[in-house]
Design a binder for this molecule. Sequence first.
Ligand code: SF4
Ligand SMILES: [Zn+2]
Length: 269
Amino acid sequence: MKLEAQVKNTLKKIKLSKKDKILVALSGGKDSTVTAYLLKKYGYNISGIHIDLKMGKYSSDCLKATEKLCNDLGIVLYVYDVKKEMGSSMCYIRSAVQTKHKGAIKNCAICGVIKKWILNKEARKLKFDKIATGHNLDDEAQTVLINVFKGSLQLSATSGPITKNTKDKKFVSRIKPLFYVLEDDVRAYAKKMKLPMHDEKCPCAIDSYRIQVRNFLEKLPGKDKINIRKNFEKISGKIKKKNLKIQYCGICGEPARGKVCKKCSLMET
Ligand code: SF4
Ligand SMILES: [Zn+2]
């Protein structure tokens, strides 16, 4: 099967070891579900983590699908309850951040930063070697275009199926086994294999810049998205990379690009 061959090649390319303890970030959606399914199928040492954002029925359906998947795969599932751990649901956290920053920051930008922060902290606490996420080729093509439009192409220069330039004892490296797989192929594969998933749009996924770019890319054929990624890879070696020296956040102690990490600059400053 084409998708399986693509994923196998990606895992070979990043030299993923069967000895690595891998924590798969499971949202309940098709991408992370296929990621976990294939890593398990190929004999990697995986567990799952689900961040329960406590956003009503959507969140409980996502959790249910994730529990079923982990049960079917026979893997351990860690659940991070945002309400218990951070004191409020993601909806509340987000509106507090938006009020503080006068609405200038979009829903997904806030939620995405917080989820990334949680994943790194939890994976390190649980002593995992790597975090696997379900990002697919469409996500990556969107990221390239967003960085082109925003004039920050250097940010894309360090992207890839495994994180680059981020060797630090507090930073758990991330892998993206679906990096070269089109979203439509992931959806078709998940359906074909009858994997348990909750493939509905998040009710809070509104007003983000990424969604506008996604809507634009959705109208293009798959080969155009592949070309965005491929052509970018050809030139990425020539792009001057941003200085990615990691520091530790003065507020929470987590890895940061500056004196304060992105999560704390949203929530604490
Ligand atoms: S779509 Fe946006 S708001 Fe919804 S879970 Fe994902 S990042 Fe959070
Ligand atoms: Zn911080």
